[in-house]
Design a binder for this molecule. Structure first.
Ligand code: PMT
Length: 223
């Protein structure tokens, strides 16, 4: 806490991957390590915010002064966030949430056979969109992970989900930024503005993003 640019703000953050069960022992996951989101949580706490971090399965230490809520699936993350979203001033969605889950999860392990197995996937709730659509929505910041056309896809996501800001990163294709890396680079967009945060360690990048959020939020503050 203390005296930083987010002094007294209540910040809710999602981080890490989600796991969608296939059967009692198998799941669908993704390559998110949680590092970006944990770095944002640490930076927000250092900026004076009261931070709640809703984390999917990841093996990182909880940053000092941050309250952590562990979840596994996208639906659990959705529930944990919606319980708290009404009481926050800023929501930052860094988690790599599974867009789909397996529609019926058997109680017993699926037995091996020599036949193909088909899984039916059904859409998960979009947590970011749900928060942005609340009647008294917090200042809402999304992330966009894209493998191509970064600015175009990110700006479309921001507009479609009604976000105050979106932080876009290029992912995949053997890059050493984005998922599960120490460094990242972000292109940040808001209505009528843009800033590039060049490649840096995630800890440093998170500081810059939090400073930009504080600047934009206070710039738009009506009170
Ligand atoms: O965890 P690291 O290894 O450090 O990697 C960091 C990161 C690459 C995961 C991170 O920087 C990042 O890009 N996070 C967003 C990943 C993602 O799922 O992006 P998306 O473009 O598919 O989703 C867009 C936004 O909607 C995201 O803010 C996401 O949290 C949110 N979302 C998506 C689906 C869903 N069902 N609910 C959501 O809230």
């Amino acid at each position: 806490a203390g005296d930083g640019p987010l002094r007294g703000e209540r910040v809710l953050i999602t981080a890490g991957p989600t796991r969608e069960a296939i059967d009692p022992v198998r799941f669908i996951g993704n390559r998110s390590s949680g590092r970006m989101g944990f770095a944002v949580a640490a930076a927000a706490a250092r900026a004076g915010a009261k931070v709640v971090l809703v984390a999917g399965p990841c093996s990182l230490a909880t940053p000092g002064g941050v309250e952590r809520v562990d979840v596994e699936s996208a639906r659990e993350m959705h529930e944990a966030v919606m319980q708290r979203a009404g009481d926050c001033d800023i929501f930052i969605a860094t988690a790599a949430v599974a867009d789909y889950r397996v529609d019926r999860v058997p109680e017993q392990k699926i037995k091996k056979s020599d036949q193909p197995v088909a899984l039916t996937l059904v859409p998960n709730p979009d947590i970011l969109q749900a928060v942005a659509g609340l009647p008294r929505a917090p200042f809402t910041v999304g992330f966009a992970a894209e493998t191509e056309r970064l600015a175009e896809y990110a700006e479309a996501k921001r507009a479609r989900k009604g976000l105050d800001m979106i932080a876009a990163n290029l992912v995949g294709g053997g890059r050493d930024t984005g998922f599960d890396s120490a460094d990242n680079a972000l292109e940040v967009f808001w209505a009528g503005g843009h800033r590039s945060l060049p490649r840096a360690p995630k800890i440093q990048l998170a500081e810059a993003l939090v400073a930009l959020i504080a600047e934009r939020r206070h710039g738009n503050d009506q009170t």
